[in-house]
Design a protein around this ligand. Structure first.
Ligand code: UD1
Length: 429
């Protein structure tokens, strides 16, 4: 397995172009199953996760072509016919978002067999809200042998659905199923993440009638069929925030382009509070950090537009060397502090009680061998390594490759001393 080695101490100066959003791209790829016409997704990130899902879609009957278009990387997906409507364990377990093929499969064929998902080990992450929403839309659901067996032989029908708490995946899944249902579906207490607006835009481009995406009430008027077309994936706000935090950690001045600063307002506010300069630009933001220590600030992760749970680990890395104590509350996922013992290996002083971590800033971190435990945790270790004295080696970077495209190249272009050590196989396991 590959590892990433970082020699800390170099400032970051330069420009980092942001890729299309992983979390959006995965749902848009699933949406392509809803039509027998070709769908072209531009501004596509090239990641392990999009590859996994691409393989699953091919198994389900999609023709998939990845190419470099006029506007960068794009993926053409065309599923003239669904073959089998079965998503097997070996393809779904690698990534939780694969589960989102269930809704489109039922909507298009009236039946599906989809393995229960895997994904990052950040808590139990059940799919009960997804299944309840599909049942409300008229699907009959049976669970056995690790699989969901779903039937809706006479098609899905619109329903009023109220989510008991905000779930990004369940909101998206309900949208994916409801677009071809008969009648009107209203989703109450929907997630408001920008990726949900992006999914609605893509579905509407395909001929769906989705209104209110990005607010807590989403209304979907079912249509008989959807067509194809072209859609550009929105910028990855988590990648944007991650590089903003990398620049804040290492110091220097970094311009983030091909993205949007308004998607990261909660992070920007916290960075400014900590002493980092954040300047929004027409296509992103400029992050500048001068000499001297940052100030410790507190964060609570909450659904959008609050502070993103997917930036919690990276923000914690930044706080390890800030002056004072930072209280970080994780309210979205349990068990999302697995980076804490790894940051401690670098000299961070952190204690965890339930969903709350207290980070007491130290003068400096020292490089060490560390282990990536999940996608966002792994990049927090890279961020910490940028400011640690000496060499930090992050093992198990396959987690990182799931969600960050060309990380070493993007950081390296700004002066970071980061390199990938190609692994021969199982040296860390
Ligand atoms: C998505 C993102 C992930 C991000 C998360 C929260 C993708 C591919 N992943 O994950 O990067 O961290 O949103 O912003 O888009 N829950 C249930 N039952 C359900 C569904 C969720 O109990 O049926 C719980 C989860 O365990 C979690 C909370 O609800 O505690 C929120 O999860 P959710 O918003 O659904 O996250 P994902 O869609 O899985």
């Amino acid at each position: 397995m590959d590892r990433i080695a970082i020699i800390g101490g170099a400032e970051l100066n330069g420009t980092i172009p942001i890729s299309g959003a992983k979390n959006s791209a995965l749902k848009l790829m699933a949406a392509s199953l809803l039509t027998d016409q070709p769908v072209r997704l531009t501004n596509m990130p090239r990641l392990a996760d999009t590859k996994f899902l691409g393989r699953l879609l091919q198994r389900l009957g999609a023709e998939l072509i990845e190419q470099d278009g006029a506007d960068g990387p794009e993926t053409l997906l065309h599923t003239p016919e669904i073959l089998g409507a079965i998503a097997p364990y070996d393809l779904v377990r690698q990534m939780r978002a694969s589960f989102n093929v269930l809704g489109p499969l039922i909507a298009r064929t009236g039946h599906a067999k989809v393995s229960l998902p895997g994904g990052c080990t950040i808590g139990a992450r059940p799919v009960d809200l997804h299944l309840k929403a599909l049942e409300a839309l008229g699907a009959t659901i049976d669970l056995h042998d690790g699989y969901v067996f779903a039937q809706a032989p006479r098609g899905l029908r619109g329903a009023e659905i109220t989510f008991p708490f905000v779930s990004v995946g369940a909101t998206e899944h309900a949208m994916l199923a409801a677009v071809l249902a008969e009648g009107v579906t209203v989703l109450h207490n929907s997630a408001c993440e920008p990726e949900i607006g992006d999914l609605a835009d893509c579905l509407n481009m395909m001929g769906a009638k989705v209104e209110g995406a990005g607010t807590s009430i989403v209304t979907i008027t079912g249509v008989a069929r959807l067509g194809g077309g072209s859609h550009a994936v929105i910028a990855d706000r988590i990648e944007t925030g991650t590089y903003a935090l990398a620049a804040a950690m290492a110091g220097g001045e970094v311009r983030l382009t091909n993205t949007r600063s308004d998607f990261n307002q909660a992070l920007s506010d916290k960075l400014i509070e900590a002493g980092v300069s954040v300047t929004p630009t027409a296509d992103g933001m400029i992050i500048r950090r001068g000499p001297g220590r940052l100030k410790a600030v507190n964060i609570d992760t909450t659904p959008y537009p609050g502070f993103a749970t997917d930036l919690q680990a990276q923000f914690m890395a930044l706080m390890t060397t800030a002056e004072g104590e930072s209280v970080i509350r994780e309210t979205i996922f349990e068990n999302r502090f697995m980076h804490v013992p790894e940051l401690a290996r670098l000299g961070a002083d952190i204690s965890v009680h339930g969903g709350e971590a207290r980070v007491r800033g130290v003068e400096r971190l020292n490089g060490a061998q560390v282990m990536a435990t999940d996608l966002r945790a792994s990049v927090s270790l890279v961020i910490a390594g940028l400011a640690a004295k000496g060499e930090t080696v992050v093992n198990r970077v396959y987690h990182l490759d799931r969600g960050f495209e060309r990380l070493e190249e993007k950081l390296g272009a700004c002066g970071a001393n980061v390199r990938r050590i190609k692994g021969s196989g199982s040296e860390e396991d």
